[in-house]
Design a binder for this molecule. Structure first.
Ligand code: SAH
Length: 272
């Protein structure tokens, strides 16, 4: 092995020094999610990129080949990150329990999505991770993420590039975002100061439950035609994702939806 390629022995997190306890817990709340990665070598290179930036929480959605010797070789000593990686069938499963998720994309999208710079996304990730797990989501080597996958994320990050040559290698994209996370993490305010004033963000599962309820209600009141939904739900998701509602706000909105459905039903029963 080329000695320059060897990342060194696995260092237990307790030996990382300086930033222990709640601060390190923030980093372990930050998930890197890879969707349908084709090349196992890229998964290994991502593990290495993560470990250099003190991230270790890797989630794989339907990787083509994993575990794999190629992944281990490219991890160059970050095989503990690969060993602990979790595998899922769907992106929804990988995002379970997360209070915030950010997709990354090399392309512009047909509907503009709430976009953050890598720096803003890293700051938001670190701040939110003081309270709840968060996810940074990376797409397939060939064609990135689908719009439906994007719909599940609150924000979108594009790493600025040459306008006509926008696509980074997957692990290079992870490296840049993870580097910003590490910088933001070093600069973060102590969690003790932040917690009492921040309302608890609702999880992505709760948000998905809200979107299902919203869609059902819009159908009940005749605003949404399920046979011709167009882009209404995507536009509404974009609106709510931008505001990043907390748990109590989602409860209020669901209460309004329940009352709306009840009123629509009563009207229907009255024959109006
Ligand atoms: N041809 C694909 C590029 C995929 S590159 C496409 O058109 O989308 C694999 C993944 O790396 C992307 O899905 C994204 O997660 C990340 N990535 C690559 N370049 C990026 C960039 N400039 N900004 C943000 N993420 C990027």
């Amino acid at each position: 092995m080329n000695p320059e390629e060897f990342a060194g022995p696995n260092i237990p997190s307790s030996a990382l020094g300086g930033n222990s306890g709640p601060k390190l817990a923030t980093l372990s709340n930050i998930r890197i999610v890879l969707v349908e990665t084709s090349h196992p070598g890229n998964i290994g290179a991502v593990a290495r990129a993560m470990k250099t930036m003190q991230l270790s929480n890797l989630h794989l959605v339907r990787p083509k080949r994993f575990p794999c010797a190629q992944a281990t070789a490219r991890a160059a000593g970050a095989d503990d990150v690969l060993f602990d990686a979790k595998q899922w069938e769907t992106l929804g499963q990988a995002l379970q329990g997360c209070g915030w998720a950010c997709a990354t994309s090399a392309r512009a999208r047909s509907i503009p999505w709430p976009e953050l710079s890598p720096r803003e996304a890293a700051e938001k990730a670190v701040k939110t991770a003081q309270q709840t797990p968060v996810a940074l989501v990376f797409g397939r080597e060939q064609w990135g993420l689908t719009n439906a996958e994007l719909d599940r994320c609150h924000s979108l990050v594009h790493i600025p590039t040459h306008p006509n040559f926008r696509s980074l290698n997957l692990a290079a994209a992870v490296q840049l975002v993870a580097y910003e996370v590490q910088l933001a993490w070093h600069d973060q305010e102590p969690a003790e100061g932040a917690s009492p004033v921040m309302a608890s963000p609702c999880s992505i599962d709760d948000l998905e439950g809200f979107y299902d309820h919203l869609e059902a209600t819009l159908i009940d009141i005749g605003y949404l035609n399920p046979d011709r939904p167009k882009r209404l739900m995507r536009r509404l998701r974009r609106l709510f994702n931008r505001t990043h509602p907390d748990c109590s706000e989602i409860n209020i909105l669901r209460g309004i939806l329940t009352a709306t459905q009840r009123a629509a039903k009563e009207r229907g029963n009255d024959g109006h």
